[in-house]
Design a protein around this ligand. Structure first.
Ligand code: PMP
Length: 450
């Protein structure tokens, strides 16, 4: 009866608009990498509520910790001290390099990015922020100003002082242009320059320099980047881009902010944080999603120097860092360690990338397979030569089919042309193989129907 009630719910049309599927999926419960709908059908969850359920749905250890904390204490606000917040902050900073040692807790990624921008403005005395085209940094008015991806931006003037620069995309080059001034090709992979002679890097940095010279000379407060773009479609930057960009931004007086909302907590496999892949240390790191396995929580971590500038203002967040969130956050960090979740991301992610690459070789419409660990994107094209994005109806058909065969995946990209695979980080090789087999069948069905 309860299940029928759920299905009869009058769905808010606005919410339904963002539903991926023609026939909505009514989820009833979940366990680890699995979800069940109200009819009892089981799905392998390869999207984890947008890269959020990090260690598994209703993970027993995390659930037990939450239940115990629910019986002990829910809320006091941070005007009192409670052990959970101290324990959590200590545990979190043990995963971060020097000088990132001061933790502020929020309830979401948007709040974390709002706070990071505020900190950067107070610390530098400057106002403007630069983000990359295709980026997503949140839905609050301030974070939406930082967000560039027009699919997720309301058509109202964005927050003042936020500028986008071209995003160097390893697959597509600089969107709309060739990647290298010496080579009229679209992508780095096809570039014939040898690695040390390639001018791509200078080209990208030149774009950033242009923003400084034409738009915001010496007024930059912050440069925000996701180490791998998430909603932008698992976009990866060329080697050294972030390193060079950080150097330039710092020379201009700004601070560098890594948005680890999707890339953090071991998801990229070889590293705990996405920024480590780029061999940089940000001035501020923001995080959310996987931090608490689906419980609302976010964090900003910075240096003592920046925190001192920020301490001049009044920071207050009623729910941020509440005892329940901190306990859950701690249990997630313990589980990542105890169950070797980061290693699992590296092993299963590498396997998944290898298997998906076979589909790229098999189907004309699979343009690119990329990512790191369990942060994977499959970019779909009408054909490999043109690289035109596969239209939304085709993407929807493939997703619907994949879902009907029991696998849930996500999508992103400036045209919604990239399938995203960011499952709970506990999936096994067998799950990976099952998802690839299902995806293969859905691609086959689409190609046959076409
Ligand atoms: N940054 C990134 C990279 C994100 O993917 C998101 C959410 N999709 C956010 C920030 C905003 O997080 P939240 O939805 O928790 O506010």
């Amino acid at each position: 009866e309860r299940m029928l009630e759920i299905r009869k719910l009058n769905c808010n049309p606005m919410t339904m608009k963002v539903t991926y599927y023609k026939k909505p999926v009514f989820i009833h419960h979940g366990f680890m990498q699995w979800l069940w709908d109200v009819d009892g059908s089981r799905y392998l969850d390869m999207f984890a509520g947008v890269a959020t359920v990090s260690v598994g749905h209703c993970h027993p250890k995390v659930t037990k910790t939450a239940q115990e904390q629910l019986q002990r204490l829910w809320h006091t606000t941070a005007i009192y001290v409670y052990p959970q917040i101290q324990e959590y902050a200590e545990k979190l900073i043990s995963h971060l390099p020097e000088p990132l040692k001061v933790v502020y807790l929020t309830n979401s990624g948007s709040e974390a990015n709002d706070l990071a921008l505020l900190m950067a403005r107070l610390h530098t005395g400057n106002f403007d922020a630069i983000t990359l085209r295709g980026s997503y940094h949140g839905g609050s008015p301030l974070a939406m100003g930082l967000t560039s991806n027009t699919l997720y931006k309301y058509p109202v003037p964005s927050s003042m002082g936020c500028y986008n620069t071209m995003c160097p995309d390893v697959f597509r080059g600089l969107w709309g242009g060739s990647h290298c001034r010496d080579s009229p090709v679209q992508t780095i992979r096809e570039c014939t320059c040898s690695a040390d002679q390639c001018h791509a890097k200078e080209c990208y940095i030149q774009q950033l320099e242009e923003v400084f010279s034409t738009t915001i000379p010496n007024r930059i407060a912050a440069f925000f980047t996701e180490p791998i773009q998430g909603l932008g479609g698992t976009v990866q930057y060329p080697k050294n881009f972030l390193k060079d960009a950080y150097k330039l931004v710092r020379e201009k007086g700004g601070v560098c902010i890594a948005d680890e909302v999707q890339t953090g907590f071991g998801r990229t496999g070889n590293h705990f944080w996405g920024f480590q892949t780029h061999d940089v240390v940000p001035d501020i790191v923001t995080m959310a999603k996987g931090i608490a396995n689906g419980f609302p929580m976010g964090a900003v971590v910075t240096s003592e120097e920046i925190a001192r500038s920020f301490a001049k203002g009044l920071h207050f967040n009623t729910f941020g860092g509440n005892p329940l969130a901190c306990s859950i956050g701690s249990a997630v960090l313990d589980t990542i360690k105890e169950e070797r979740i980061q290693e699992n991301c590296a092993v299963v992610g590498t396997h998944l990338l290898k298997e998906l690459a076979k589909l790229r070789d098999k189907y004309e419409i699979v343009g690119d397979v990329r990512g790191k660990g369990l942060h994977i994107g499959v970019e779909m094209v009408t054909d490999k030569a043109s690289r035109d994005p596969l239209p939304p109806e085709a993407m929807a058909q493939i997703m619907e089919d994949t879902k009907d065969m029991g696998v849930l995946i996500g999508k992103g990209g400036l045209y919604g042309q990239t399938f995203r695979i960011q499952p709970p980080m506990c999936i096994t090789k067998e799950d990976a193989d099952f998802s690839v087999a299902v995806f293969d069948q859905a691609l086959h069905n689409y190609t046959e129907r076409r």
